[in-house]
Design a protein around this ligand. Structure first.
Ligand code: NAD
Length: 384
C-alpha cells in the first residue's frame, strides 16, 4: 500500500484562459465525496460553465484559495497539463490525474518525476473494454468529431443535405473524412445526419466495415502493407507509403466540399497527408477542418488555433474542438476522472490505493517515486 491517507482530492482553475472545460463537475464531486474522499476546489472553479461555488458545496466539496487547495492536495485533478508553478505548490509524493501530453511536455514529465509525484496521464489509459469508462481520449475525440462537422457546416457557403425544391435541386455536400478512429467515426455520423454524401479513409482496413455501417463509402487507396499496434493504434506509414497515399487521395480531395482530417499516430507528430497541391486542387469555397492541428496538422498550411484561407479554401485549425461544447465535454471528462479515482479507491482503507500490478495503473501511471515509468516516454525524453 502506498500513502494510505491519500484521500484529499483537489482541483484548481485551468490556467489557460481559452480553456472553458473543467475537470470536475458537481456530479463528479458528489460521486467522490460519496466514496469517502474529501474534495476541495479553488474559488470560482466552475465559473466558465456557470457552476457556482455554492453548487459545489452542495455536492460536498470545500471551496478555498488556489494556494491553500494546492498545498493540501493528496491528488490533484486537472484537464490541461498543470503548469510548473502549479506543480511546485504540491507536496512531494502527491498524486496527479490529468492530460499530460507526455510525448511533447518533456519538462513537465521531468518535474513530475523530480517532485516524486504519482502522475496518471489520461492519454495512457488503456483502450480496453474495461477501461472505456475512463477513456478521456475517446470521450473528447468523439465530441471533437461532432464539432468539426458543425464548424465546417457553419463556414461553408452551401447546404449539406440534398434539397429538391420548385426552384431546382441542390446536390448534397460531399464530405471526405481522413482517419476513422473515434473522432472520424463521429464526424462521419454527424455529416450523414446532416444529409451529406460521405467518403472516408483510414490506413487500418479493419474500419471499412464501420464506415459502411454508418452509410458512408470507404475510399480505396492502396498503400501496401499497413498495421496496427496491440492497442489498436495505426502504425506510422513510411514516407514512400505516405507519398502513394497522397497521390491516390488527390481526387477524393478535389471532389470534396468539406474535408475533416483526424489522422494521428500515437506518440508522434500527426502525418502530413493533404499537401498544398491537393488544397489548390479543391473548389474555392471548400472547407478543411484539421483536427490534428495541435500535433502538427494533417494539412499543409494548417495553423493551430487559426482559420487560414488559401485560394478560397478555408483550413480550420482550432486546437480545442471539444471546448466548443464545453459543458458536455466537461461532464464526460469529469466522469472519466471520477471513474478512474473510483477504480483506485480502496473501500477498506477509505483512501486511494496505488496497486502497481493493476493493469490500468501499469499503463497510465506515468511517474511514481521519481521514476518515469512509461518506457516510450522515457525513451523520447532521453533521445531529445
Ligand atoms: P487516433 O486518434 O490515434 O488516430 C485517428 C485515426 O487516424 C486512426 O483510426 C488511425 O488509424 C488513423 N490514421 C493514422 N495514420 C493515418 C494515415 N496516414 N491516413 C489515414 N488515417 C490514418 O485513434 P483513436 O481514435 O484514438 O483510436 C485508436 C484505436 O483505438 C482505434 O482502433 C479505436 O477503435 C480503438 N479504441 C478502442 C477502444 C476500446 O476498445 N475501449 C476505445 C477507443 C478507441
Amino acid at each position: 500500500m502506498y500513502n494510505a491517507f491519500m484521500q484529499h482530492i483537489v482541483a484548481v482553475r485551468e490556467t489557460d484562459e481559452k480553456e472553458t472545460r473543467i475537470a470536475l463537475t458537481p456530479a463528479a464531486c458528489a460521486k467522490l465525496t460519496k466514496l469517502g474522499a474529501t474534495v476541495t476546489l479553488e474559488q470560482g472553479f466552475g465559473d466558465s460553465l456557470h457552476y457556482s461555488d455554492d453548487t459545489y458545496r452542495e455536492a460536498g466539496a470545500n471551496v478555498t484559495s488556489r494556494d491553500d487547495a494546492l498545498a493540501s492536495a493528496d491528488m490533484l485533478v486537472s484537464l490541461r497539463p498543470p503548469t510548473a508553478d502549479t506543480l511546485e505548490k504540491l507536496k512531494e509524493g502527491a498524486g496527479v490525474v490529468s492530460f499530460l501530453d507526455p510525448f511533447r511536455e518533456h519538462d513537465l514529465v521531468k518535474q513530475l518525476a523530480s517532485k516524486k509525484l504519482s502522475a496518471f496521464a489520461m492519454e495512457l489509459i488503456p483502450r480496453s473494454t474495461y477501461a472505456q469508462k475512463m477513456d478521456a481520449l475517446s470521450s473528447q475525440a468523439s465530441l471533437a468529431g461532432y464539432t468539426a462537422v458543425i464548424a465546417a457546416a457553419d463556414k461553408i457557403n452551401k447546404a449539406l443535405p440534398m434539397m429538391s425544391t420548385p426552384a431546382g435541386t441542390i446536390a448534397p455536400a460531399r464530405v471526405f473524412v481522413i482517419g476513422v478512429g473515434v473522432a472520424g467515426l463521429q464526424a462521419i455520423a454527424t455529416a450523414k445526419r446532416l444529409g451529406a454524401r460521405v467518403e472516408a479513409y483510414d490506413t487500418r482496413p479493419s474500419v471499412a466495415e464501420q464506415v459502411a455501417s454508418l452509410g458512408a463509402k470507404f475510399a480505396t487507396i492502396d498503400v501496401g502493407e499497413t498495421g496496427e499496434t496491440s492497442q489498436g493504434y495505426a502504425k506510422a506509414l513510411t514516407e514512400e507509403q505516405l507519398a502513394k497515399q497522397r497521390e491516390q487521395m488527390a481526387k477524393y480531395c478535389a471532389n470534396a466540399d468539406i474535408i475533416v482530417t483526424t489522422a494521428q499516430v500515437f506518440g508522434r507528430s500527426a502525418p502530413r497527408i493533404v499537401t498544398a497541391d491537393m488544397v489548390a486542387g479543391m473548389k474555392a469555397g471548400s472547407v478543411i477542418v484539421d483536427l490534428a492541428a495541435s500535433t502538427g496538422g494533417n494539412v499543409e498550411g494548417t495553423r493551430a488555433d487559426e482559420d487560414v484561407l488559401i485560394d478560397g479554401v478555408t483550413i480550420i485549425g482550432l486546437a480545442n474542438f471539444p471546448g466548443k461544447v464545453a459543458k458536455d465535454a466537461s461532464q464526460m471528462y469529469a466522469s472519466n476522472v471520477a471513474n478512474l479515482l473510483e477504480h483506485l479507491w480502496d473501500k477498506d482503507a477509505g483512501a486511494l490505493h496505488l496497486d502497481l500490478e493493476d493493469a490500468i495503473t501499469q499503463s497510465a501511471l506515468l511517474t511514481h517515486e521519481s521514476t518515469i515509468r512509461d518506457e516510450r516516454v522515457r525513451a523520447a525524453i532521453e533521445g531529445s
